[in-house]
Design a protein around this ligand. Structure first.
Ligand SMILES: [Zn+2]
Length: 416
């Protein structure tokens, strides 16, 4: 009885949320404009362990960290400054640092930004860097710096700290080493290979995963993490790829016919430097697919170009990102591709199965400054920008990745 009541309560919550979401469907970001992608200078963080007195320490000395300034204001308050790698830049102020205190104590931390930048990410903490929890609302508030401004400028967190290191970050910290570790777990399967396909500007390797037989003429392509803070998109990508690599009959059948080529972290320099948006060339990589000024885009393009020799075809391409709310940016479905109609059908069937009402924004604009248009124009691949919201529950985004992969595999097998 208790379970039934609970179930009814959660169903009610779920359906009422769904209705609200439908009523206020997000319009998405404005259309992408072509911009210069010539390399620009970026600022490095000064990395150290900062002694704040009373045996309280903070560090940004790890890959993925971002903390540009720190000062102790009084016994109970620390102020931090978070700045971007360069400007102008999309407002996605990433922050990540570690804190500890020899004596257990409660401390307030202000996250401050310059030039009217708005706080975006709900803070998360972790004691091992692997398992993360959002900060309880009671320990988190947004403070206006002046009464004339309507936008909150400072995020204040209250933390209980002790001798164990506490990670504090905008989203789960998943850096290039974590990406390599994930790849290593997958390549234990005999039908998966990893490959270093080239180097970023700071000479980090750009890794690819190859799933299925190399002799397959049919291919799909998956990329992620052009934009460093977009961790929720990366998590959905992992679930999508793991489903294609799973032991189900569907996945086995799919791999008999289709091989999957994944570049899970296109911008490892940006990720490890804790950037808000750009690579170390100071450029939004998802505006460089036409100019090809940045090494990361050249590496990824050369890789997929080399794969499409000998009558091999890319049927489907997906680029995983994160934004304020879940949304799908698609190419106008009237335009013909190697798998015309598969993207809208995949999204619709995924939505039906998960009882969601997917927010889809098709576009006629086929200028190739962004990845999906490049893959559509160059390879005629059915292409999708798969956006996950910053605060989408992690179990739901995994489910979306999984069910999308299942529907995609079914649709491509039916079509061919
Ligand atoms: Zn993005």
């Amino acid at each position: 009885m208790k379970e039934t009541l609970l179930f009814l309560f959660f169903s009610f919550l779920f359906f009422s949320c769904k209705t609200t979401e439908k009523a206020t469907k997000w319009k998405g970001q404005p259309p992408v404009k072509a911009v210069s992608t010539n390399t620009k200078p970026t600022q490095k963080q000064y990395k150290d362990v900062f002694n704040l007195g009373d045996n309280i320490y903070v560090t940004n000395n790890f890959d993925g960290a971002r903390l540009n300034g720190i000062t102790r204001i009084n016994d109970t308050l620390i102020s931090t400054l978070i700045t971007p790698e360069n400007t102008p830049i999309n407002t996605s102020p990433w922050y990540a640092f570690k804190i500890w205190s020899k004596k257990p104590t409660n401390i307030y931390i202000n996250l401050t930004y310059l030039n009217n930048v708005k706080h975006r990410y709900h803070p998360k903490t972790s004691i091992d860097g692997k398992n993360w929890n959002p900060i309880e609302p009671i320990n988190y508030q947004l403070i206006r710096t002046d009464t004339t401004s309507k936008s909150a400028k400072i995020a204040q967190l209250k933390l209980a700290i002790n001798a164990d290191t506490l990670w504090v970050a905008a989203q789960e910290v998943i850096n290039s080493t974590d990406n390599k570790n994930w790849i290593q777990t997958l390549v234990k399967k005999p039908f998966i290979k990893s490959k270093s396909i080239g180097f970023s500007k700071e000479k980090r390797t750009i890794e690819a995963l190859e799933i299925g037989k190399g002799s397959n003429k049919k291919m799909i392509a998956v990329i992620s993490r052009q934009h460093p803070p977009e961790v929720t998109g990366y998590l959905a990508m992992k679930s999508f790829v793991e489903t294609i690599a799973s032991d189900t009959d569907l996945a086995k059948n799919f791999r008999e016919q289709f091989s999957t080529y994944v570049v899970p972290m296109v911008n490892p320099d940006g990720v490890d430097n804790g950037h808000w948006r750009h690579n170390v060339g100071g450029i939004d990589l998802n505006r460089d697919w036409s100019n090809k000024n940045q090494p990361e885009i050249n590496v990824v393009e050369n890789y997929y170009n080399s794969l499409t020799k000998n009558e091999k075809k890319i049927y489907f391409f997906v680029d995983f990102h994160s934004t304020y709310h879940d949304i799908f940016y698609t190419v106008n479905p009237a335009l013909k591709s190697n798998a015309t109609g598969v993207v809208p059908k995949m999204i619709q069937q995924m939505g039906e199965e998960l009882n969601l009402d997917p927010n889809i924004k098709p576009s006629d604009n086929i200028n190739s400054v962004i990845s999906t248009r490049y893959f559509f124009n160059t390879f005629n691949a059915e292409s999708l920008t798969y956006e996950i919201g910053d605060d989408t529950p992690r179990d739901l985004l995994k489910k979306k990745g999984e069910v999308s992969a299942i529907k995609l595999m079914q649709l491509l097998l039916e079509q061919n």
